[in-house]
Design a protein around this ligand. Structure first.
Ligand code: NAD
Length: 421
């Protein structure tokens, strides 16, 4: 561990592999099955020509990695960004396999990405790139094959373009090809808040376990995007004390608790968190390392590394983001006896409600929001129990328990199906 460079420590594929190998060894997984599950099933690279608004032709590189389709169609988001790379997409695809298995929904794991800077592209350019990327993947995606969803820098509009492009090729409307769609074209009620709601549900379960109460529980949330802002708002409304919000360009602190509804309203009016009168501005790094009961990293990867893990001061770490903690930092958190709710459990509320969206699209019957939330809570609570029980039975930490549970489920299915030759 000490010989590891920070570049190796923060490589998401390495982070995934380290946990996979630890869990697989603890499970005594058959070496052959281990080989199969350690690698993605399929990696697709496409070069996407796009006519830009200024008349020039640009070529963007895109990926779709299908890590596993053993338990069902691949499932996973599509990410746009200048730093997207194959290792990251690979890691995210395998995390999806484990995540879907932890919450026991009938999907495998996949992920996609396109190297581009969406902030510098017009809507027209984004649309043409999205449609051509979809067309290049026509034979690889579909309701029974691989079902994409939004991720960083992609949204409902982009899902609508993917659904339309796929449907045009199929000569019929196929809503179930993607999830995270707008509500009026096959989206699910409750999907927008689902990841944040799932975060709250597992925090509630952790409080029960540690015999803490919501109204005495101080929470710091990093990231006020989809996951963080919904988790903060739902937790605030449920009685938690949100004492800090950490964004990349500043932090907001109030030891007496931030009125998160008022903060939403302030952001809606001003377009920013800055100048919110109900909290003090604070240095984001310092706020992230401040004393609290629950820390919810809900922004980006690798925010907890060997460089700062010893200064994290929370009782519960609930990972709203994918991969916020490096494998090397896990050991430090364990020494500090921090109760970690690992990403593949903590943020699984999103994919669980995506599963409900896929089910509703295929049923052609749309559920009430209360039904979506009820089903989601049930799955999150029972998955939390499964992971914590597994950890206690096998004397491992929650993260390794979540991986073991997931790998066991996928490997069992793979063994039963057998290897097609
Ligand atoms: P988002 O883009 O809506 O929000 C991310 C927020 O984090 C933004 O407000 C951004 O300004 C902030 N941020 C970026 N860098 C930061 C930094 N260094 N410090 C503090 N804040 C920073 O994205 P999201 O959909 O909320 O996703 C957040 C994370 O959760 C990602 O890791 C994503 O893969 C994961 N996730 C999302 C979902 C979902 O349903 N949206 C589901 C599962 C996992």
């Amino acid at each position: 561990m000490t010989t590891m460079t920070i570049e190796q420590e923060v490589n998401p594929w390495e982070a995934q592999r380290a946990r996979f190998e630890t869990a697989a060894h603890k499970l005594n997984l058959d070496p052959g099955l281990m080989k199969v599950l350690s690698l993605p099933n399929r990696e697709i690279i496409v070069h996407i020509p796009v006519q830009m608004d200024n008349g020039t032709l640009e070529v963007f590189t895109g990926f779709r990695v299908q890590h596993s389709v053993v338990r069902g169609p691949g499932k996973g988001g599509i990410r746009y960004g200048p730093d997207v790379n194959l290792d990251e997409v690979r890691a995210l695809a395998s995390w999806m396999t484990w995540k879907c298995a932890v919450v026991n929904i009938p999907f495998g794991g996949a992920k996609g990405g396109v190297i581009c800077d969406p902030k510098k592209m017009s809507m027209g350019e984004l649309e043409r790139m999205t449609r051509r990327y979809t067309a290049e993947l026509m034979e690889f995606i579909g309701p029974e094959k691989d079902v994409p969803a939004p991720d960083v820098n992609t949204n409902e509009q982009i899902m609508a373009w993917i659904m339309d492009t796929y449907s045009m090729h199929m000569r019929q409307t196929v809503t179930a090809v993607v999830t995270g769609k707008p509500l009026n074209m096959g989206g699910s009620r409750g999907r927008r808040e689902a990841t944040g709601r799932g975060v709250m549900v597992v925090c509630d379960e952790a409080l029960k376990k540690l015999r803490l109460n919501r109204d005495e529980t101080r929470v710091i949330v990093q990231g006020f995007g989809n996951v963080g802002s919904n988790a903060a708002r739902l937790m605030y409304e449920a009685g938690y004390k949100i004492i800090g919000i950490v964004e990349f360009d500043g932090g907001l602190s109030n030891p007496n608790g931030i009125d998160v509804d008022a903060l939403w309203e302030h952001r809606y009016r001003t377009g920013s968190l800055h100048g919110f009168p109900g909290a003090e501005a604070m240095d984001p790094q310092q706020l992230f390392l401040s004393d609290c009961d629950i820390l919810v990293p809900a922004a980006i990867e690798n925010v907890i590394t060997t460089r700062n893990a010893d200064r994290i001061k929370c009782k519960i770490l609930c990972e709203g983001a994918n991969g916020p903690t490096t494998a090397a930092a896990d050991e430090i958190l364990a020494e500090k006896k921090i109760f970690v709710i690992p990403d593949i459990l903590a943020n699984a509320g999103g994919v669980t409600t995506s599963y409900f969206e896929w089910v509703q699209d295929r049923q052609g019957y749309f559920w009430k929001e209360s039904m979506v939330n009820e089903q989601l809570e049930h799955i999150m609570r029972s998955s939390f129990e499964d992971v914590v029980r597994y950890a206690e039975t096998h004397s491992v930490n929650n993260r390794i328990a979540a991986y073991m549970l997931a790998i066991d489920r996928v490997a069992y299915c793979l063994k039963q199906r057998g290897i097609y030759a």
